[in-house]
Design a protein around this ligand. Structure first.
Ligand code: PRP
Length: 178
């Protein structure tokens, strides 16, 4: 499908992201300081850049795993279903788990994934989202840690795509149609 032309304006610089991750990692390292081996779970695909930077700042023994979820509407956004396309390799019962997400928008994806993981009886289950669009929320969900609160803008970069493009931008940008 032909893409409408657009430009990208920087919204959150690579430097600001790095500084925020450094500060969040200190909080996370404290929260899980007694954990034997924390399982850090990235939600594919958008979180791949964030999780890569985050785990390198964590001063903890960790294991990395991934889940891929896809959500689709049935005509009514608020009843969106979330499907699991790829599940964890690790069993998490009795383990400490941190789920890493790039952005919480309506909240359906992370709420569903957290519910599914909670049912597996981890000893501790927390989540971190780099970006939060609170005004778009359709379900009651709040991430344990949030990098940045952002307005309802079309964002790309640092793992986040627009029609599978722009995931490799080192910063978060705002799409402006030209
Ligand atoms: C995006 C994003 C989150 C989800 C957030 O994923 O990465 O996983 O949507 O939206 P929600 O809060 O409204 O559920 P997307 O489905 O675009 O897949 P991707 O991660 O592969 O880009």
């Amino acid at each position: 499908m032909p893409q409408r032309p657009y430009e990208i304006d920087e919204m959150i610089s690579a430097k600001s992201i790095a500084a925020r991750i450094e500060s969040l990692s200190r909080e996370i390292s404290t929260e899980f300081s007694g954990t034997d081996k924390l399982i850090v779970v990235g939600l594919l695909r958008g979180s791949f850049v964030f999780i890569a930077d985050l785990v390198r700042e964590l001063d903890l023994p960790i294991e990395v795993d991934f889940i891929e979820a896809s959500s689709y509407g049935d005509g009514m956004e608020s009843s969106r279903e979330v499907r699991i396309l790829k599940d964890l390799r690790a069993a998490i019962e009795g383990r400490d788990v941190l789920v890493v997400e790039d952005i919480v928008d309506t909240g359906h994806t992370l709420k569903h994934v957290m519910g599914m993981l909670r049912a597996r009886k981890p000893s501790k289950l927390k989540s971190i989202a780099l970006l939060n669009k609170a005004e778009r929320r359709e379900v009651d969900f709040k991430s344990s840690w949030i990098g940045f609160e952002i307005p309802d803008e079309f964002v790309v970069g640092y793992g986040i795509d627009f029609a599978q493009r722009n995931r490799n931008l080192p910063y978060i940008g705002k799409v402006r149609f030209t």
